[in-house]
Design a protein around this ligand. Structure first.
Ligand code: MN
Length: 500
């Protein structure tokens, strides 16, 4: 898509002042990336523009997010520093661009452990410091996948796997079903090329047959609903995403048999009100016999990521089995765009801060719990979105890939106590990112720290000053106090031989 087309589309939604800012940012980014090419041979700016286009014309984010999208690769890949962005576009936008740059440094190491990957997702989130930054990063990843064919095979596989394990689950947590599906389907080709080909051979003809069937059925159902006096906002066929189909086929009950899958293409009915959803279900079940045990009321019981709809599987016209999904327009946009639907651009040019809090979003809830742990104010939702409470925290990995969050300025000694009290008391030195270091060394976000243990406990007075966290300091003080009283053994003794 050309710059001109993108701009024309934006003009349908955004106010003139915002369009002007967008143009300014485009010129700025274009000048900064001048002469740079993508692997595809395109000018680099086409990438920045694709990201901004997705954020604006698809997700309808606020203008600051679009501008940050245009500028997202400037500090990392050009000679124009962040300070220049701050001077030209202000603190808020510079802050977002900085966040994206930081996120670029998080890489999936060669670890398959689910706890590790889950931690990586959390770390990703906390380092973004603003949910909008996460959305920009997801849009960035989407375009990188769309142009992945130009990269060498090893890189393709790494990026695709990282997307399946880190990025797509994040989109899912944020309730962004459409984006999650796209990220997965694009990654599927590169992460599992043989499986992808197998599925294509198995499935494409059936997909086509089902699509045609749903097209025919659509008209019949539309008529039936109209006769029953039920309004609809639209009825359409919805093809299942390929990767989620593949995942489903792997489950034991399907045994890789595509004939057992009834929702290759589902019939999706959008109807104005919640009452209409149930009325629609009633009409359908009176005309078409439902398959027992397959009615799922995700309206009464939303999925953890906030997904709402009614699903049912019926013996449809021509005696074929089909899945039907029923929802309101509001549920539809939430299912497709997730958290971004709550953030949609309003005419004031600012996100609508007064929107309903999406309580049901699993990730938001988790963030709140975290915030509680760290001692923030869990009632302030905006604070949870901005993730300010993570601003002064750093994430440190153990060699096994476990992660501890510590305050900024924390030392290797703090890390030792955070892992295990016994380890703290026996600490002698530390390997930081594979290099020998001292217990007093200050750690940086993302460091991998291995604590070197001594046989003897050699806690000394100056450890109280080396440790920065209150928990480590209180453990050290308590040891020193008990020890100076000449007790034979320590209260911490019970920790020392405990297996973690
Ligand atoms: Mn990029």
């Amino acid at each position: 898509m050309t710059y001109h087309t993108i701009l024309e589309n934006l003009k349908k939604t955004y106010i003139p002042a915002d369009i002007k800012l967008f143009e300014k940012a485009y010129d700025f980014a274009k000048a900064a990336h001048a002469g740079q090419k993508r692997k595809s041979g395109d000018d680099y700016i086409t990438h920045s523009l694709a990201v901004a286009n997705y954020l604006g014309n698809h997700l309808h984010m606020d203008i600051d997010t679009l501008v940050a999208g245009l500028l997202h690769d400037v500090p990392e890949d050009t000679t124009v520093p962040l300070a220049e962005i701050k001077k030209t576009f202000g603190k808020e936008i510079a802050f977002m661009v900085e966040g994206i740059t930081k996120l670029g440094k998080i890489k999936l190491r060669n670890q398959k452990d689910e706890t590790y990957i889950e931690t990586l997702r959390k770390m990703f989130f906390s380092m973004a410091a603003d949910i909008r930054v996460v959305l920009i990063k997801l849009a960035d990843r989407l375009h990188n996948l769309q142009t992945l064919s130009f990269l060498p095979p090893e890189k393709q596989e790494r990026i695709a796997r990282e997307t399946l394990e880190v990025y797509a689950p994040i989109a899912d947590r944020l309730g962004m079903g459409e984006l999650k599906g796209e990220l997965e389907d694009l990654s599927f080709i590169y992460a599992y090329p043989k499986e992808h080909e197998w599925l294509r051979e198995q499935g494409e003809v059936r997909f086509e047959q089902m699509r045609e069937y749903i097209e025919r059925t659509k008209k019949t159902v539309q008529k039936e609903l109209k006769e029953a006096g039920i309004k609809t906002n639209g009825i359409h066929g919805r093809a299942k995403h390929r990767y989620s189909l593949y995942q489903k086929l792997l489950r034991a009950r399907y045994g890789r048999d595509i004939n057992k899958i009834y929702d290759l293409v589902a019939l999706r009915i959008i109807t104005p009100t919640l009452e209409n959803c149930y009325a629609t279900l009633g009409v359908l079940h009176s005309k078409y016999k439902p398959l027992p045990g397959r009615i799922k009321d995700y309206i009464a019981f939303p999925k953890p990521n906030g997904y709402r709809s009614i699903h049912t599987t019926v013996f449809g016209p021509e005696g074929r089995i089909m899945e039907v999904q029923i929802r309101t327009p509001e549920m539809h946009s939430e299912a497709e765009y997730g958290i971004a639907a709550h953030w949609a651009y309003t005419e004031r040019g600012k996100p609508d801060w007064g929107y309903k809090v999406p309580e049901q979003l699993e990730w938001v809830r988790e963030l709140r719990d975290w915030q509680k742990d760290i001692g923030g104010n869990p009632d302030d939702f905006m604070e949870a979105l901005h993730i300010d409470f993570f601003k002064n925290r750093i994430f440190i990995f153990t060699p096994r890939g476990d992660v501890k969050d510590l305050p900024e300025g924390a030392t290797a000694l703090d890390m030792a106590f955070a892992v295990h009290t016994g380890l703290g008391l026996h600490a002698q030195g530390a390997k930081i990112n594979g290099k020998m270091g001292k217990l007093a060394d200050e750690l940086e976000n993302g460091d991998v720290v291995e604590i070197i243990k001594a046989h003897q406990i050699n806690v000394s007075r100056d450890w109280v000053n080396i440790a920065k966290t209150s928990s480590a300091r209180s453990k050290i003080k308590s040891y020193l106090k008990d020890h100076s009283r000449g007790w034979g053994f320590l209260p911490e003794f019970r920790f020392m031989n405990r297996k973690k």
